[in-house]
Structures are given as structure tokens and as C-alpha cells.
Design a protein around this ligand. Structure first.
Ligand code: NAP
Length: 570
């Protein structure tokens, strides 16, 4: 760890889905050195932050919480060629640990393990699978602090927010432990008098789950918990930027008694891992959360083996504040949806559309609230905004802000890198934003609230829907009729009405248009991992000719039918 002081990690994407990660000394970065000369007060502050993060890392390491191997068939495994990737703390630039840089071979072995494990896991009773999941949930909650610390270390979000994500992530496991027992089939009225029709719900099989870095636990549990509840087995590929939370959660799954091979974790070369998952005949489902560009590639790749696919992709959320909104409620909701996780969520307000009558008032109120937000290392007291994930993320924010300024937008607060250096960016509010600016068309994925003025409800709806994305939208109004009218007109998978947080385990999460396919969370999330098998039965001829009874009210015919059905199902 000490050798790693002053190291800086940066991932550079080279085209869609191709990622290279470099660790370089700070002194190599001109931008970094501008902020952190050896004698500046900023470097003293940074050293204090490093000490805090270092002691947390040392504690997690000594308690065995930092796992630095993949998990294949219940065995902790290195990359077969010994290659590793560094996992860095974005708040300090320090290397936390190295994890294996796996590829196609390891992924194929993980798939084989999951395929073998599927035979027995899918045959367990729902109650037994439910017990395993419940145990996993209990263990995650018992280690909420450590998991939160690990997440803050590798992802950068403030500790309180990280611990909040642990609870949120765990809630999917609890919910699906319960839902496992409610995978009901159907009985359908037949079209012929002597036939009986049934629907059996069966697990799809081995699932490949690819997840991003912004929610290192919840994006995994939202997929894995329903998959396991249904009887599927999984190969998880977490982001190379945040694999440690995934590995710690996987470790707890073993402790919870989830059998070897049911849950496997590989990480490293995203393209090779993705290709192996796509090529395998044994993988019957790909579930992905991440960028729209990679989602499209996976969808195309899944066509060769006709896999089931669900995609949770990027958003471009409008947050519409009408003149009749309660200012306090609108402000609270906008802050929650915009600045959570430093603006790095798919459901973050990407465009704040404000009606002309409340525009000035709202812009002033938002600016003064944002001005007081404390930025720093996620372990710091009172910090509400951590660093962005890497330098590429900051560069994207910078370029969108510059584009908006060059086209006439005004910076009300922030608008540049934070004095803390590294990947910290100032919480920012911009006014006079227009629909043609890049900031209105692309995901900012950073702490920038671009405010755009509108006149009428019709204009707000038109602006809101003028995008290929359709994940989350928010409206703030005290007019109930308007809230229904606008909600129904918005082309989005989720709408928050006077509410900035739309994610919960009990409601469906997902997008329309190019924001994705399928739903996660809630009872609907189960369907993504189930196949409906139709069963058409001609009951025994004896049953149909029996004068004593007609199916299914009782008598010998019915018992013969029931016995034969039970044999079929067993
Ligand atoms: P990303 O670049 O698409 O990466 C997501 C995952 O895909 C990572 O594990 C990544 O691996 C992997 N990956 C990249 N290229 C791949 C390929 N060719 N084949 C297989 N896997 C590949 O997205 P991100 O930058 O991590 O995450 C931010 C995006 O996710 C944003 O667009 C955000 O809106 C979206 N998101 C959506 C939701 C939702 O629920 N709709 C939730 C959260 C985030 P490596 O990281 O190891 O390269």
C-alpha cells in the first residue's frame, strides 16, 4: 500500500467497450501537478485523506474483507496467465489492491461451473433457495459497515451514501428470497373439452451478468437475487473499476451456504469476457447494466445464440419544475436526483427544465443550496460529494460544460475542477441552457445541473421527450390533473412526481426507447429469469369416460390425472 502512495489510476476507453487502465505517477500529470505541489496546503489535506483511506484499507485487509481473486466454481482463482489489474481509490489515487485480469478461458470455466451447478440448484425447493438468499441478506447487513467502507474506497461515494447502497442492494436479496416462493404457474381454460392446459415457470439456465461501477453492489444484487431465486446460476462480471465490493459480496454468498458454482465472479478484459459469455450455448441469458453503446453490442452479440437479453442502459432524465410547484419540494427532489453519487447515476436529472414564472427563484435557490455542498474524500466528515470515477469522466464533464458555455449558457456555481485536484469536480449549476447544446443531449454523468427555461406544459413535454433515452423523468407540480397528464405523456420507464428518488426493490426499474429492455426489481424482475413452458395434457382416457366424475372435481379419474401430473412435474 505504501509503495502505492502518489499513484494515480486512470482508465482510458479506446472505442466502445475497450478499456485500458493505466497507473501513473502523479508527477506525470500536468493537470494534477497544478493542484498539488509538494508544499501546498492542498497536499497536506490530501495526505490526511490518504491516511484515513489507508487505515480503512488496512483494517479491511487484515479482516479478510478485501478479496483479490476471482471466484470460479467456489474456488478463489487468479488469472491463468497471472496478469492483474490495479484497483484504485479515486479520492486519493492510491492502489487498494490488484485483482486478476481474466479473459475468455476463465470465463468459459466459470460458465462450465455455473452449468454444472444449475442441475442441483434449480432442483432445490423454492423454500431452500429462499433460505440461502435470506442468509446472504443477513450476512450483508451484518457487514454493512465494511461493505460500505470498501465501496467508498474503490468507488468514491460518501460513506453514508455507500452504506445506504448496501441496504438498498441487500433489499433485493430479501425481496427475492420471499419472491422465490411465489413462482406460480397458470391453469388455462382449454379450447377442447378433453384437454387441460398448464403453464410451468422454469429457470432460464446460466445467466451472464455484466455490471457497471457506479453502484458496485446494488447493480449486482438487482440481477443476481432474482436469478438465484428462480433457480438460475450466474457468472458475474463487475466493472474492473469496482470489483472489490462484488468479491466481498460473493464471499458472503459462500458463507451463506450458496453452493459452489451457483455464483461465479470473473473480471478483467471486458471484451474477452463479454465475447465468451455471448458465444456460449450454455449461457441462456445476458443481463447488463451500463452504457447504451455497450448494451447495443451485447444485444447484437446475443443474437448468434438467441439468448434472452435484458438491458439497463443510459438515461437523459428531464426534471420538470412547473410554476405551480412547491419550491422546497422541487429543490429537495432536484438535489436528490441530480447530485447523488456525484451525478453518476443513470436516473440522475440530466436536464432541469424550469417554467418561466419560477425560473429565477428556482435557479437562485438551487445555486445557493449547491454552493454549500461539501466536496471531499467520502470518509470525510460532512462530505456529500466525492470524486468522479476517473479522469476520463472529468474530461467528459469539462467538454460538455465548455460546449454549453461556448453556445451561451452561464455558469451560476462551480463549472470547473475542484481545488482538491485528482478527479474532484465542483458541484455546478448552469443557466440559459438550450436543447441543442451537447449537455442536453448526452449523459453528463457528473455534478452539473443545466437549467433550461420553458413556457408551456406542451413545450415541456416536447423537450422532455426529444431524446433517444427513456429511463427516468421527474415532474414537480401541485396540480394533480397536470401530474397525471404529464406522467402519461412522458416517454419514460419511470416517473417521479414531486419525488427525486424512484429506485426501490418493490417497484419495476427500467427504461423505454434506447434506455433498455426488461425490468429489474419487483415481481416483474422475476420474469426476466423465467421461461413459461406450456403443458397441454390429454388426461387419461379412463378419466374422460368415467361416469362418476369429470376432471378436476374428484373421483378416480382426477386422482389418476393428478398422480400423472405430479410424476411429470417431479
Ligand atoms: P460501460 O462502459 O458500458 O460498462 C458497463 C460494464 O460493461 C462494465 O462491467 C464494463 O467492463 C463492461 N463492458 C464494457 N465493454 C464491454 C464489452 N465490449 N463486452 C462486455 N462487457 C463490456 O458503462 P459504465 O461506464 O461502467 O457505466 C455507466 C453507464 O451505465 C451510464 O451510461 C449509465 O447511465 C449506465 N447505467 C445504467 C443503469 C440502469 O439501470 N439503466 C444503472 C447504472 C448505470 P469494465 O468496466 O471492466 O470495462
Amino acid at each position: 500500500m505504501t509503495l502505492a502512495v502518489h499513484m494515480r489510476c486512470q482508465r482510458v476507453r479506446v472505442g466502445v467497450g475497450m478499456a485500458l487502465r493505466h497507473c501513473t505517477g502523479n508527477f506525470l500529470s500536468p493537470r494534477r501537478s497544478a493542484y498539488m505541489t509538494p508544499h501546498s496546503s492542498m497536499s497536506i489535506f490530501s495526505r490526511q485523506m490518504n491516511m484515513e483511506a489507508q487505515s480503512v484499507a488496512a483494517h479491511l485487509n487484515s479482516s479478510g474483507f478485501i478479496r483479490s481473486q476471482g471466484l470460479i466454481g467456489g474456488k478463489w482463482t487468479d488469472a491463468y496467465d497471472g496478469k492483474t489489474i490495479k484497483v484504485c481509490n479515486p479520492a486519493t489515487g492510491e492502489v487498494i489492491t490488484n485483482v486478476p485480469c481474466m479473459g475468455g478461458k476463465e470465463t468459459n470455466d466459470a460458465i462450465a461451473s455455473a452449468y454444472d451447478a444449475f442441475v442441483s440448484w434449480s432442483k432445490l425447493t423454492a423454500a431452500d433457495r429462499s433460505k440461502c438468499l435470506r442468509k446472504w441478506y443477513d450476512l450483508i447487513l451484518a457487514h454493512k459497515e465494511e461493505l460500505g467502507q470498501l465501496m467508498t474506497l474503490e468507488q468514491g461515494k460518501p460513506l453514508k451514501e455507500a452504506i445506504g447502497e448496501v441496504s438498498y442492494g441487500a433489499s433485493f436479496i430479501e425481496f427475492y428470497a420471499e419472491e422465490a416462493k411465489r413462482v406460480y404457474g397458470d391453469i388455462i381454460p382449454a379450447t377442447l373439452p378433453d384437454r387441460r392446459l398448464f403453464v410451468l415457470k422454469q429457470p432460464v439456465g446460466v445467466v451472464g451478468a455484466i455490471t457497471p461501477w457506479n453502484f458496485p453492489l446494488a447493480m449486482i444484487t438487482r440481477k443476481v437475487a432474482p436469478a438465484l431465486a428462480c433457480g438460475c446460476t450466474v457468472v458475474i462480471k463487475p466493472s474492473e473499476l469496482t470489483p472489490l465490493t462484488a468479491l466481498a459480496a460473493a464471499d458472503l454468498s459462500i458463507q451463506a451456504g450458496i453452493p459452489p458454482g451457483v455464483l461465479n465472479v470473473v473480471m478483467g478484459n471486458a471484451v474477452d469476457i463479454g465475447d465468451a459469455l455471448l458465444a456460449s450455448q450454455q449461457v441462456r441469458k445476458i443481463t447488463f447494466t451500463g452504457s447504451t453503446a455497450v448494451g447495443k453490442k451485447l444485444m447484437a452479440g446475443a443474437a448468434a445464440t438467441v439468448k434472452k437479453v435484458s438491458l439497463e442502459l443510459g438515461g437523459n432524465a428531464p426534471c420538470i419544475i412547473f410554476d405551480d410547484a412547491d419550491l422546497e419540494v422541487a429543490l429537495k427532489g432536484t438535489l436528490a436526483t441530480k447530485f447523488r453519487n456525484s451525478g453518476q447515476t443513470c436516473v440522475c436529472a440530466n436536464r432541469v427544465l424550469v417554467q418561466e414564472g419560477i425560473y429565477e427563484k428556482f435557479a437562485n435557490a438551487l445555486s445557493s443550496a449547491v454552493q454549500s455542498m461539501k466536496v471531499g474524500d467520502g470518509f470525510g466528515e460532512g462530505v456529500v460529494q466525492g470524486p468522479l470515477i476517473n479522469d476520463a469522466a472529468v474530461q467528459k464533464v469539462e467538454s460538455l460544460v465548455q460546449d454549453a458555455i461556448s453556445k451561451g449558457a452561464k455558469v451560476l456555481v462551480g463549472g470547473k475542477r475542484h481545488g482538491l485536484g485528482l478527479t474532484f469536480y465542483e458541484p455546478t449549476v448552469m443557466a440559459d441552457v438550450k436543447g441543442e447544446m451537447l449537455i442536453s443531449r448526452e449523459e453528463v454523468f457528473g455534478p452539473v445541473a443545466p437549467i433550461q427555461k420553458f413556457k408551456t406544459e406542451e413545450e415541456a413535454i416536447r423537450l422532455a421527450n426529444d431524446t433517444n433515452a427513456g429511463l427516468a423523468a421527474y415532474i414537480f407540480t401541485t396540480n394533480v390533473q397536470r401530474s397525471w397528464r404529464v406522467t402519461e405523456a412522458l416517454e419514460y420507464g419511470m416517473v417521479g412526481v414531486n419525488e427525486g428518488l424512484v429506485s426501490t426493490e418493490v417497484a419495476p426499474f427500467g427504461g423505454v426507447k434506447q434506455s433498455g429492455l426488461g425490468r429489474e426489481g419487483s415481481k416483474y424482475g422475476m420474469d426476466e429469469f423465467l421461461e413459461a413452458k406450456g403443458l397441454v395434457q390429454l388426461p387419461s382416457p379412463f378419466a374422460m369416460t368415467s361416469s362418476k366424475s369429470s376432471f378436476p372435481c374428484g373421483g378416480r379419474g382426477a386422482s389418476i390425472f393428478c398422480v400423472s401430473l405430479l410424476l411429470l412435474l417431479s
